[in-house]
Structure formats: structure tokens, C-alpha cells
Design a protein around this ligand. Sequence first.
Ligand code: IVH
Length: 703
Amino acid sequence: MFEFSDDSNTDPIRTDLSKRVAELHQALHLHAHSYYVLDAPSIPDAEYDKLFSELQNIEAAHPELRTADSPTQRVGGKPMSEFATVRHAVPMLSIRTETDTEASGAESFDARIRKELSLQASDAVVEYVAELKFDGLAMSLRYEKGVLVQAATRGDGEYGEDVTHNIRTIGQIPLKLPETAPGVLEVRGEVYMRRDDFECLNERQRTKIAAGAKGEKTFVNPRNAAAGSVRQLDPAIAAQRPLSFFAYGVGEVSMSTSNPVVWGTHYDLLQMLKNWGFPVAVEVNIAKGATELIAYHQTIGKLRDTLPFDIDGVVYKVNSLTLQQQLGFVSREPRWAVAHKYPAQEQLTTVLAIEVQVGRTGKLTPVAKLAPVFVGGVTVTNATLHNEDEARRKDVRLGDTVIVRRAGDVIPEVVSVLLEKRQNDAPIFTMPHVCPVCDSVAVREEGEADYRCTGGLFCSAQRKHAILHFAQKRAVEVDGLGEKLVDQMVEAGIVRTLPDLYKLGLTTLSELDRMADKSAQNILVALQNSKQTTLPRFLYGLGIRHVGEATAKALVKHFGKLDAIMDAPLEQLTQVADVGPIVALSLRTFFDQAHNREVVEQLRACGVTWTEGEPSPAALLALSGKTFVITGTLPTLGRDNLKDMLEAAGAKVAGSVSKKTHYLVAGSDAGSKLDKARELEIAILDEAGVLALLNDTTSGVNL
Ligand code: IVH
């Protein structure tokens, strides 16, 4: 569609320039629409800024190319029609942006201020307030007689959208101010979403999408999520969105004559806002002269990742209000303030491959391998695609140009694909159904978002986790075998699977870091002691998904012996109290894999032992695990009578025919149940047949 090249300024041919201007108009209009109206940015901010300043530069050099509909002639966002329009009593200004992300950015601001104020080198330093530049959306909160009467977005600076109903749901915003507050007070600040709240919200959205909810989406970044939530038409939904607020200035202020409040500096104003109940960032600082501005920029730059919310820079403001007035404005920007940016947290890059990584608990995560890109202060080469649904929704493909985001300690993430840049016909990514590390079956259970490797005992990605799980106190308990030691054993390659633990010798162990003979000896004794265990502990220690301690105990109580558990078909497993179809399937999938059984056999061969028990009476009943349905009129037996007989033999009697039905007992006048059973090819018995079956069971054979 359009190209994002940076070199058009050098193009000397006028017609080409007009063409480029038209391209830039189209691109900027489109991106501005996605950003401001749809709340779904289509390129990173830094890219947008680049295109915008390219157009500004062309227009500066060729004013005849500047048209009234140029994106440069419009400031801020376009109000959305769904919201009532509000005229700001005092316009909401923007700040000049210093894009030089180096310390020199602060120096040139100070130099400009000193020049404007005609200060000589010998004059005192100028005092500034240095603040964080929050990455959310600007908000004007109007209080009359201390009561919140209106909240409006910035819009184009002059007209914004009335979002009072949604803003009222933000707990941090006071609805009523103390008596000391001015009669009319417009508080200006930023509505934002904390990074942890953003992650939670997206996780919630992903769960909803995985469960098949329609019309739900995840958000690209916290600012986008905050903007989308503020513009939510349904306040009930907005109320569930975790929004926060910081105050950083005021609009209209009018004092009641009886109770005047005065402040002479911006810093004092911020303190007052705090006293009136508004959140003001603790990082606000007075900075004297360029040196302290630079120090602030550096300190906050280091802190940036550890802050709980996104910032895209810092803001410097002249502290004295008298000096602010003296400096005044250029168009819509005050001369007394500047935003000094940090490297962007979102960048464009290309996808070199899509791989699937296996976590220590067996979770499979699709990961995009990226052309190295500097984002959020580090070089990023990998970005998570989270899971199958997310990967499919984002539809990231090999060779794609993508926006990658890295903010704080959060793992880098591909937030969207630039479809207009897709040139290949690379296939849609699909999740593998086997583990890419160990080839075991990978399953995604109903209602879950992730695929998991089922070869926990065998998969090298899960080694450490499997060993620690097995060795823990609640499992076979190997005293002293903790995380550090397991890390060492696995990394040194001396333990690959659980049985290797029991083959360790004193020499191998004492060669490990910080492992004296005595402690090595202690570990060997602990290993020896762990061999005598109980079956529930052993079973739990295998780390089969969904098999916790209670389930392991219930299984052992029911079946008595390990082999019986390993071989039990699904329907027998589901007979156990607390074992539903998901747990049963997990057990079956685990024991159906030869390498898992091998580990169990090897552990037994190494001397791990327990006392086996007898199966419970319920497990012994001949018809245990079988489901019957009775229909029609039987020649001699009443239905209830037959039901009692079947249940006494361990069977379950259900009301309707399904795939899980084993036998249908059909008398005369049997209707739709009989048809259904035939359709599903279920065994059909008459009265004589079921009686014969019950007779056979007296021999105790489990059918
Ligand atoms: S002061 C007269 N202070 O940056 C200056 N703005 O273009 C008015 N912003 O979207 C703004 N943090 O919402 C100011 N500490 C801060 C800020 C801040 C973020 C945003 C503001 C607006 C943009 C200014």
C-alpha cells in the first residue's frame, strides 16, 4: 500500500515530492484513525513520529505542499461520535518533545530557557520540576464546589469527549474534595494502566477467547488498554478495567473569595493536589539547572524497568509560575516545558522463524525469532506468542514485519503484524502435537489455552522440575536435594532421568561445586532412605498432570497395586472417587507412553519399593466401570429391581444413551433409546441376556 522509507527528503524531483506527501497523508490518516478512534495502533509510536516529522520537514521546505487537510494541521485525537463533546474551559496543551534521547536533550532545553529569559552565564541556575512522562491518556477532571462534575479526554486540545461515567469508576480519582479546594478546579493528569494490571487483563481476555467468547480481544499495550477502557461505552465493563491516575497540572481554577489558595510554583501546586487527595507520582523532583535535569533523566532511565507502569520519557517544567508566564507559548505548546524521551518500547522488526519452546513444567510456548532490534533499552531477538490461540489471532508468519514490545521486566512480545508489508505466502503457524524436545505426545486439554508435553519424566526440558517434584518432602523425600544441587546435577549431565539419582556414587557427587565428602555422603544416605516409600507418595512423585496427593491416595485405595493403576482403562479410572474424565485421560496418556513406564520399571529395579495393598471391594466387583441403560418393559423384572441388581455388581445405571454407555437392556416397546444404541453400535441385551451376564459375574471375573 504505502512504503515507510526515510529518505524521501533527499528526492529532488517535485512531482515525486507531491507523491510522497500524498502517501504520507494517507499513511498518517490511516494510522491516526487506528490509534485515536479504534484504540488499536497499527505502527509503533516512534514510526508514526518519524513519518509525521518527515511530512513536517517537507512542508517546512515547500510550504506550497502544506494543505488544510494535512495531518500536521490537526492536533491530537478526533473525538468519537458516541460521546458528548466537551469544550475545555482552558485548552489542553501538548508539550514539545525532545527526541534527542541523550543527556544533551536536557542541556538544549535549559539553554533555550536561559536564552528566552535573557539570562547570562553568570546568572543563577533556573529551577525546574522534573516529572515522569506517563504513557496513558490525558484527562481533565472538573470539580465544582468540590464535586467531580465532568471528566473529559484531551481530544484536539480544545474539544474532548465526555467520559465522566467511566472515570467515576476509577477508585484513585476523588469524587469529592476537601473544603480547602478551590470552588472550580480542573485537574489535569494521566489515566494509565499499571503493567501488572495490563498483564492480568490480557490474561483474562485470553481465557475468555479460549473459552470461545465472541467480540473479545487482547490489548496491544497498557496505554491502548487504558484508552480503550476509558472510551468503553458500557460503564459496567469500564468498571472492571483496572485503571489508575496521576495528576500533573491544572486547567481552570477559580477561588472562592472566602477561601483563597495560592501557589507560586509548580512544585507547590503538585503538593496541594496531593493534599486534596489526588495521586501524584513520588518521583517528582526539583532540579536546579541542566546538571540536575541530566541526573534526573539518567536516574529515571535506570529505574524505568522497575516502575510498575510505562513511561516514555520525563517532563521538565520551569518551576516558577511567574517565569512560566513570562515564557508563554508557541502555538499550542508552552515554552516552559519539554518532554525528554527514552528509547521506544515498541519497534519494528522481522520474523526469522517461529519456534516452540518447552517450559520446565512442560508448557509449550510459541516464540518468534526476530531480527535483533533495540527496544526498551535492550536488544531483543525472541518474542513470545503466548499460546496457540494468540499465535493464530495475531497470525504471525515467517518473514513478517511485526511490532515488538518490551516494557519493564515483561518478556518481549509481538503485539501485531503489519499486514501491508507481508510479501510471502508462508503458511499459518500451527502448534505441534508432539513435544519438540522429547517427541512425547503434547496435549491441550479442554478449556485450557496451553499445550503441554506429557513426557515429564523423560523430557530434558522438564528434568530439573521432575527431579525436584519427585524428591520433595510430600513425594519420596530425598532430604537435602534442593534446587541448587539439582541444577548442578542436571547441568553436569550426571542425572538425566529419575533412576540416575540412584546410580550416583560418592566420587561423582563430591566433584560437584561446594559439595564436601560429608554432604555427598548425606545425600547418598538420603537417597538410600527414600527408596522405602509408599505407593501414594511414589505415584504423586511421578508428576502426572492433575494427579495431586489426594488423587494419588484415592487411586491407591481403589486399585491397591501400581500395575493395576498403570493398566486400568479409562472407565475403571473414572470409577475412583474424585477422578473425572480429565484426570483419567491424563493418567492414561502418561502410562500409555513406553518411556514413562520404562522410568517406573527402572526406579523399581533401582530398589524403590513400597508395600502394595489390595484393591477395594468396589474395584473388584464384576461390573465395575460399566454403564447400563434400561428401556422398555421387561418380561419379569421391574426396572428398579434390575437397577439394584446391576448396581450391586458395581455397574452404573444411567438415564440416557451416549457414547459412554456399555449396554442397553431393552424390553418391549423400546423407543428412541434403542434407535440411538443401534446408531452408536452399543451392545443390546434382553432380560435373559442381562441375567446371564449377572450370573457370570458371580465367578468374580471383571468383564
Ligand atoms: S504536562 C502544558 N506532564 O504528555 C503541558 N504532560 O503532550 C501539559 N503527559 O498527552 C502537559 N506525563 O497527557 C504533562 N508529567 C506530565 C505528563 C504529561 C504525561 C502527557 C500528556 C499529554 C502529553 C503532552
